[in-house]
Design a protein around this ligand. Structure first.
Ligand code: E4P
Length: 217
């Protein structure tokens, strides 16, 4: 499974990139707001840090304006994936932009049917929002599983990008189901390394090592 990091915080991206764990980045208008940065400037910086797909979201709501914004975003760097919302206008923009050779990430997906038509519109990525479904007492992972089945049934090449990931368990489940990508906030990505038995075991080993009186270096 590929990991995208779900942030517009360039320091956090750079830190994780050093470990070779970041296959791409996703941003959205809320994350741009949180960064306090200019969208074009920060997106350009992110694209220089990470060679993989960097999603930048349009904010127009009509197809023609979305296409114009998408073209402008796509000019930032060759690794831009233009993010469009899963509306009828968004699907029109997806078709045009993907026909022009841009990567397109269709976002705000909450149903299997939405994912099906996004694939037919040529989406490179479909972003089902797991956490936001869980928030309203629905099962976000069931949606990931349904999309996996449907895409495999028809050999769609659109990649399932599990989004709105809120916990390490979401990552495990998305990987178990076979999501192609999980976009993960930096804190959750770092927490994947944590286990209380690792900490406990390490404390014991270090205490015993001290008693040996030895040194390696
Ligand atoms: C990423 O592409 C999405 O915009 C993001 O994962 C949404 O996450 P949230 O539901 O935690 O805001």
């Amino acid at each position: 499974m590929k990991f995208f990091v779900d942030t517009a915080d360039t320091a956090a991206i750079a830190e994780l990139a050093e470990l070779g764990m970041v296959d791409g980045v996703t941003t959205n208008p809320s994350l741009i707001l949180k960064s306090g940065r200019d969208i074009l400037e920060v997106t350009r910086e992110i694209c220089a840090l990470i060679p993989g797909p960097v999603s930048a979201e349009v904010v127009a709501t009509e197809a023609a304006a979305m296409i114009a914004e998408g073209r402008k975003l796509a000019k930032i760097a060759p690794n831009i994936a233009v993010k469009v919302p899963l509306t009828w206008d968004g699907l029109k923009a997806c078709k045009t932009l993907s026909d022009e050779g841009s990567m397109v990430n269709v976002t705000l997906c909450f149903s299997a049917n939405q994912a099906l038509i996004a694939a037919k519109a040529g989406a490179t990525f479909i972003s089902p929002f797991v956490g936001r479904l869980d928030d309203i007492n629905l099962d976000g992972m069931e949606l990931i599983a349904d999309i996996r089945t449907i895409y495999d049934n028809y050999d769609f090449k659109t990649q399932i990008l599990a989004a709105s990931i809120r916990s390490v368990n979401h990552v495990t489940e998305a990987a178990r189901i076979g999501a192609d990508v999980a976009t993960v906030p930096p804190g959750v990505l770092k927490a994947l390394a944590d286990h209380p038995l690792t900490e406990k075991g390490l404390a014991t080993f270090l205490a015993d090592w001290k008693k040996t009186g030895q040194k390696i270096l």
